[in-house]
Ligand binder design. Structure first.
Ligand code: PRP
Length: 209
């Protein structure tokens, strides 16, 4: 038996499409069957899927209550020090970017910089790598508001189509990292359930573009 935690929301459909293509019966997760349930069996494959928020996918896999997880690289970079990355799933492609008000030069002047982000750890690491000491303010969502309201000089956030930045008069100053969705695993599960996990990885890999 394998338990896989799957990030609900944005990447859920792409993750299920890959599992379906790989031959798994995902009908229990179809809209008409799903309801408010959170745990699903993939037919008689011996795989159960739990739907969780991205950061919780990491927590369940880290604790070994889920053997595998599907989650964005953004969440792994922020929270996932001790999970094993098994496969780049090549969907959910976007990037982390430093962005702010259009036409402003972030690096101008010597003033103390404030950066707003849902990803304080990623942001700190990025600026530490540049040898710059910045103040990071944690924001839970719609980070684009922070520079508009004057809380921050810039944001570090996910950019997918760029339309949220554009609609709010912001622009990318520089790319911080490329992101895609990953299959992750718990280190002990990978050893204990090697055959089952290898079989699943083989099937998923065979349908990746
Ligand atoms: C993410 C991200 C940006 C937006 C980028 O937010 O934080 O706000 O999507 O996408 P785009 O480049 O295609 O416009 P999300 O929609 O997850 O909502 P949140 O900010 O409330 O967390």
């Amino acid at each position: 038996m394998i338990c896989m935690a799957l990030t609900k929301g944005r990447i859920e459909k792409s993750a299920l499409d890959i599992l379906k293509k790989a031959g798994y019966d995902c009908s229990s997760l179809d809209a008409e069957n799903k309801g408010r349930k959170l745990i699903f069996e993939l037919g008689d494959s011996g795989i159960s899927v739990v739907l969780a928020k991205a950061a919780d996918v990491i927590t369940y896999v880290e604790h070994g209550v889920c053997d595998l997880g599907i989650v964005g690289e953004d969440t792994i970079m922020e929270h996932g020090k001790s999970v094993c990355e098994l496969l780049d799933l090549n969907f959910g492609i976007c990037s982390f970017a430093l962005a702010g008000k259009k036409g402003e030069n972030f690096y101008d002047g010597y003033s103390h910089k404030v950066i707003a982000s849902k990803y304080p750890h990623v942001t700190k690491n990025y600026f530490n790598g540049k040898g710059l000491d910045v103040e990071v303010v944690k924001i839970e969502g719609s980070v684009e508001l922070a520079p508009l309201l004057g809380l921050a000089d810039a944001i570090v956030d996910i950019v997918e189509t760029g339309s949220t930045l554009k609609a709010n008069g912001l622009e990318v100053y520089e790319k911080v990292a490329d992101i895609s969705s990953r299959l992750i695993g718990n280190a002990a599960s990978i050893k204990m359930k090697r055959n089952e996990i290898d079989r699943l990885i083989g099937k998923v890999r065979s349908v990746l573009g």
